[in-house]
Design a protein around this ligand. Structure first.
Ligand SMILES: [Zn+2]
Ligand SMILES: [Zn+2]
Length: 352
């Protein structure tokens, strides 16, 4: 038996060496390169053309789970919410457009971006999302919803990228890129129900992210299923009110032990500016401790922590971040899906 296993491994190694040799030779010739390029291009196009499978559920996609603190491969704040008839995203932090494309989200039917507040890590890719969905064939103007201030930000983005839009229309033609569809449309919101078409209801609630005022969070209710997305906020009575009875909560989260340790280490190393920034952020994000307390006072089914402060750099830090969290809590990651089937209490978590 042992001899058979050794024989098989030897054969496998020889085979891999031969294949590596063939690949090496192929790559060093024009014919080989053309052959491989054609194969890769065909795979790439087929992958890109494969639409996300349809679903009757309320679906939530994590297109960005990081905060600005820490060096990470994760994108900054972005959560997508889809139903069979709707597609919105909440915030569009740096790197989030790539994740939307990797997740094969149907960008041509994107309806709007809900902004929680105007920190850069929540608005950095407003135009990238706009451009991407415009190129992919969106047929209506993209609406940027947000609290007071959204008009100023949106108009600045429109003006800042006016030349980009002109270049692209001139290059590809108005038939492909209808100019008006390249301009974002701001819509200022007040707390309360801000969207209701009979199937989907979206409610803006007030967050607590001092000194940033206003700061908003959003609750989506679709056919008996619900998700709350916090943006950046401490846990408050308003959080407890809006979360009551919700299926899923995505909340920004700060690990006090990790951030205070990092701040102390930076101070000891003489990096006083970094140390101060780290200690400053501790007073305007929800600590994991406060989020655990939230679970005691509400009946939310699942809590996914995102906008992680800091985004864990490895599995050790991830474990420390998670320590003390109840079993219905998890750390969100880029590319993660939550599927909430209608007529059920289930939440199916998939990926990345
Ligand atoms: Zn913020
Ligand atoms: Zn933030």
């Amino acid at each position: 038996m042992k001899k058979v296993a050794i024989g098989f491994i030897t054969l496998l190694v020889v085979l891999l060496v031969v294949l590596a040799g063939i690949a090496g030779v192929s790559l060093s010739t024009q014919v080989g390169q053309n052959f491989l390029l054609n194969r890769i291009a065909a795979l790439f196009v087929r992958e890109g053309a494969t639409a996300l499978p349809d679903s009757e559920s309320l679906r939530v996609f994590v297109c960005g789970s990081a905060s600005p603190l820490g060096v990470t491969d994760r994108a900054q704040a972005c959560i997508a919410v889809l139903t069979p008839e709707h597609f919105f995203i909440v915030d569009s932090g740096a790197g989030s457009t790539d994740n939307l494309n990797r997740g094969r989200l149907p960008m041509a039917r994107l309806q709007g971006i809900f902004i929680t507040h105007f920190h850069s890590d929540h608005i950095a890719e407003l135009y990238e999302v706009n451009l991407n969905s415009w190129v992919q064939g969106r047929t209506e103007q993209l609406v940027v919803y947000g609290p007071e201030g959204v008009e100023r930000v949106t108009e600045a983005v429109n003006e800042g990228y006016a030349l980009d839009r002109e270049y692209r229309v001139a290059h590809h033609g108005e038939a492909l890129l209808k100019p008006v569809l390249g301009e974002l449309v701001p819509e200022t919101l007040e707390p309360g129900v801000v969207f209701d078409d009979g199937a989907l209801k979206i409610t803006l609630y007030t967050g607590d992210h001092p000194p940033i005022v206003p700061a908003a969070g959003y609750r989506f209710d679709y056919q008996g299923r619900s998700v709350v997305i916090s943006g950046d906020s401490l846990v408050t009575d308003e959080t407890r009110r809006i979360v009551a009875g919700a299926d899923l909560l995505l909340h920004d989260a700060l690990s006090e032990s990790i951030v205070s340790t990092l701040s102390g280490a930076a101070g000891e190393a003489g990096l006083d500016r970094i140390s101060k920034v780290m200690s400053d952020v501790m007073d305007y994000h929800a600590s994991t401790t406060s989020l655990v307390t939230l679970a005691d006072s509400t009946n939310v089914d699942m809590v996914a922590l995102y906008h992680l402060v800091p985004a864990p750099v490895n599995s050790v830090i991830e474990k420390i971040f998670e320590s003390g969290l109840p079993s219905n809590y998890l750390l969100a990651d880029d590319g993660m899906w939550f599927e909430l089937p209608l007529g059920s209490d289930d939440i199916v978590v998939a990926g990345p």
